[in-house]
Write a protein that binds this ligand. Structure first.
Ligand SMILES: Cc1cc2nc3c(=O)[nH]c(=O)nc-3n(C[C@H](O)[C@H](O)[C@H](O)COP(=O)(O)OP(=O)(O)OC[C@H]3O[C@@H](n4cnc5c(N)ncnc54)[C@H](O)[C@@H]3O)c2cc1C
Ligand SMILES: *[C@@H]1O[C@H](CO)[C@@H](O)[C@H](O)[C@H]1NC(C)=O
Ligand SMILES: *[C@@H]1O[C@H](CO)[C@@H](O)[C@H](O)[C@H]1NC(C)=O
Length: 366
C-alpha cells in the first residue's frame, strides 16, 4: 500500500515535490492549492518569475546544495523535453564597482564573482576581458543558463504529476490539520508536504515570522532579441535592478526589475516600469529599432510578484503537528524560496523527498 501524501501548494515548489513523489510507487499523491498554473495572482509567486538559473546562494549553505542539485535536471529538460518550455541561453553578468554594498549588489554577491562557486556547475563559464565590457562596467562573466517559460513550464509540471497518478484539486486551507483529511482516497493522509510559499502567513497552525516579501516588478515585451544579461545595480535606487531574459517558445522577453523588501504592493508602479524599460534599452539597444527609445517597445504585460523570502533561508524540515482535531500530523516543509524557487526546485524537492521517506520509514517497517 503506498503512503497517502497531500502536497499543499501548486507553485514550482509544490509541483516539483509532488512530481518526485508521484514518480515513486511508494506514494499516492494529492495536490491541494488555492492557485493553480494559469492563474495570475499576487499570492502566487511562480508565474511571475523570469525564470532563469543565476545562482545566488552563499557557498556552504543548503541553498548552494539545492542550486547545485537543480542544474543537471534543468539541463536535461532543456536538452530533451522541448514540451516543458525551457531553453538554453547564454548569459552575461556585469559588475559595477560603485554598486558595492547596495541591496541589489548584496543579492547578486555570489553571482557577480569572477571565481563564482558555480563556475564548474554551468557550462562555458568565463571571465569577460576588458574589451568585452560595455561602458560603465568594471567586470563581468558569462556562462550558459536556461530560461524557463513559466506559462508553459508550470502546466507541464502539473501534467507530469497527473501522468504519474497524482490528483490535483483546488482548496483553500484555513488550518494545517484540514490538509490531513483532504487526500483523494478519503483516508487520512500519512504525510503533508507544505509548499505554501509566502501566503501561508494567514494559515492557522505555526506562523513563520521569518517570512517576508521582496517585491519584483517586470515588463514583458514582444521581440526576437535572444539576450540574457544582468547588472549588479542601477543609478535609480539601491533596490532596483536591470536584467533581461528571453523566455522559450514565444514566452516573450522579460525586462526587470527590483527587489523591494517588505513591499506588498500588487499593482505595477508606472514610474518604475519606465525606469526598468529605459535601463534595459540602454543595456541592450537592440531591444528597439535603431534610433528609437522605450516608446518602440511592444508591451505584452506588466507584472508584479512577491518573492517568498525567509530569514535563515529555504526551510526544508520535518515537523510533527497537532491538528485542530487533536490528531498528530506528519509534515515536511519546503517553503521560503525567495528569488530562487526555480533554480533550487529540484535540489530542494529532492531534500524534501528524502525527509518524507525518513518520516514514513518506521511505519513502513511495521
Ligand atoms: C519578479 C520575479 C522574478 C523571479 N525570477 C526568478 C528566477 O529567475 N529564477 C528563480 O529561480 N526564481 C525566481 N523568482 C522566485 C520564484 O518565483 C519563487 O521562489 C517561487 O515561485 C516560489 O514558489 P513556491 O511554489 O514556493 O510559492 P508560490 O508560487 O507562491 O506557490 C504557493 C502555492 O501555495 C498555495 N497556497 C498558499 N496558501 C494556501 C492555503 N492556505 N491553502 C491552499 N493553498 C495555499 C498557493 O495557492 C500556491 O499554489 C522570481 C520571483 C519574482 C517575483
Ligand atoms: C491511490 O488512491 C486511489 C484512491 O484510494 C486509488 O484508487 C489508487 O489505486 C491509488 N493508487 C495507487 C498507486 O495505489
Ligand atoms: C506551512 O508553512 C507556513 C509558512 O509558510 C506556516 O504558516 C504553515 O502553518 C505551515 N503549514 C503546515 C501544514 O505546517
Amino acid at each position: 500500500m503506498p503512503a497517502n501524501v497531500v502536497v499543499l501548494g501548486a507553485g514550482v515548489s509544490g509541483l516539483t515535490t509532488a512530481l518526485l513523489l508521484a514518480r515513486d510507487s511508494k506514494y499516492n499523491v494529492t495536490v491541494i492549492a488555492k492557485h493553480m498554473p494559469g492563474d495570475y495572482n499576487i499570492e502566487y509567486a511562480s508565474p511571475w518569475a523570469g525564470a532563469n538559473y543565476l545562482p545566488v546562494a552563499k557557498p556552504g549553505t543548503s541553498s548552494e546544495t539545492y542550486e547545485r542539485g537543480t542544474w543537471p535536471e534543468l539541463e536535461r529538460i532543456a536538452e530533451d523535453l522541448p514540451e516543458a518550455g525551457v531553453h538554453f541561453q547564454d548569459t552575461v553578468i556585469y559588475r559595477r564597482a560603485k554598486d558595492a554594498g547596495t541591496a541589489t549588489a548584496d543579492w547578486f554577491a555570489e553571482l557577480i564573482k569572477d571565481d563564482a562557486w558555480f563556475k564548474d556547475v554551468v557550462p562555458n563559464f568565463r571571465v569577460l576581458p576588458k574589451n568585452e565590457l560595455p561602458e560603465g562596467m568594471d567586470g563581468g562573466t558569462s556562462f550558459t543558463s536556461v530560461c524557463i517559460n513559466t506559462a508553459l513550464y508550470l502546466p507541464w509540471l502539473a501534467s507530469q504529476c497527473l501522468k504519474y497518478g497524482a490528483v490535483i484539486r483546488r482548496g483553500v486551507l484555513s488550518h494545517v490539520s484540514d490538509a490531513a483529511t483532504l487526500h483523494h482516497s478519503g483516508k487520512r493522509a500519512d504525510m503533508i508536504v507544505n509548499c505554501t510559499g509566502l501566503s501561508s502567513l494567514k494559515l492557522g497552525g505555526v506562523e513563520d515570522k521569518a517570512l517576508y516579501p521582496a517585491r519584483g516588478q517586470i515588463v514583458i515585451v514582444r521581440n526576437d532579441v535572444n539576450v540574457m544579461a544582468s547588472v549588479s545595480g542601477t543609478d535609480d535606487g539601491p533596490d532596483e535592478a536591470t536584467y533581461i531574459m528571453h523566455r522559450a517558445a514565444g514566452g516573450g522577453c522579460v525586462l526587470g526589475g527590483c527587489l523591494q523588501k517588505n513591499n506588498w504592493e500588487s499593482q505595477p508602479d508606472p514610474n518604475l516600469a519606465i525606469r526598468i524599460m529605459k535601463r534595459c534599452v540602454t543595456l541592450c539597444p537592440e531591444l528597439v529599432p535603431k534610433g528609437k527609445g522605450i516608446e518602440a517597445l511592444d508591451i505584452i504585460r506588466h507584472g508584479v510578484g512577491l518573492r517568498p523570502m525567509r530569514n535563515g533561508g529555504i526551510r526544508v524540515e520535518k515537523d510533527g503537528l497537532k491538528g485542530r482535531d487533536g490528531e498528530s500530523v506528519n509534515v515536511v516543509h519546503n517553503y521560503g524560496h525567495g528569488g530562487y524557487g526555480y533554480q533550487t526546485s529540484y535540489g530542494a524537492s529532492q531534500a524534501a523527498q528524502k525527509l518524507v521517506e525518513e518520516m514514513l520509514q518506521p511505519k513502513a517497517r511495521l
